[in-house]
Design a protein around this ligand. Structure first.
Ligand code: C5P
Length: 223
């Protein structure tokens, strides 16, 4: 019999990259596989939670026992997240593109016309985590952000937790040496609002997900 510390809790998870269209055949994206976010959604469901997973484009199967909403862009992800609330716990594991092409050439492919590359003007995407964490009404009781960094992982995460308004940051090093992006393992550091850091040993993303879910259960216990 598995422990079900999230029995009856509503959990929202974002996962995967976003794709930001340039024209009908091209997009801006990043190397996120969605493995850690999907593993968290599955672990939360096994822990008894009612889970909605809002996922960008990934090649992973839908986790068992989870309602999956598939989106493409950051703006679609924000809309889907708002539609999925309220939730007791919201975990923002998606690698959302910070910028999108300002004007999408929706119907026609951009052509080489001999005058060199077309300029690509960018607009800023909404920050989904900050938007939800700063809500005055309907804010989930526990809001968790992720921080993927290639250097000064903990310093950047401390700055991020204040800026984004979340309760906890799960930080990891995604520099090439760690092979976290797309890989099966992850080494995470938990950073709290008070700046305290807890570094966990490297483990499989499924195992990291189980431990994170157990921790989130402790953090909302009694609320
Ligand atoms: O600022 P940075 O992208 O490093 O922050 C990462 C955290 O913020 C992650 O939890 C990510 O899911 C979230 N985020 C978001 N919307 C964005 C950018 C990041 O929800 N536009």
């Amino acid at each position: 019999q598995e422990a079900r510390p999230l029995e009856g809790r509503r959990v929202l998870v974002t996962s995967g990259p976003t794709h930001e269209p340039i024209d009908p055949v091209r997009y801006l994206a990043n190397r996120s596989s969605g493995r850690q976010g999907h593993a968290i959604a599955e672990a939360a469901a096994r822990a008894g939670a009612v889970v909605t997973l809002v996922s960008g484009p990934v090649t992973l199967p839908d986790p068992a026992g989870v309602a999956v909403v598939r989106v493409e862009t950051a703006r679609e992800m924000l809309t889907a997240v708002e539609a999925a609330l309220p939730a007791d716990i919201a975990i923002f594991a998606a690698a959302v593109a910070d910028w999108r092409p300002e004007s999408e050439a929706t119907t026609k492919k951009i052509k080489k016309d001999g005058s060199g590359p077309a300029p690509l003007a960018l607009a800023e995407n909404p920050d989904i985590l900050a938007t939800i964490a700063h809500r005055s009404e309907g804010r989930p009781g526990l809001v968790v952000g992720f921080a993927a960094e290639t250097d000064s992982v903990i310093d950047h995460a401390r700055a991020k937790i204040a800026r984004k308004g979340c309760d906890l940051i799960v930080a990891n090093d995604v520099s090439a040496e760690g092979a976290v992006m797309g890989g099966a393992d992850n080494t995470v550091h938990l950073i709290g609002r008070d700046g305290a850091v807890e570094s966990w040993p490297k483990a499989a993303k499924d195992e990291v997900a189980r431990r994170l879910v157990a921790r989130f259960g402790e953090m909302v216990a009694g609320s």
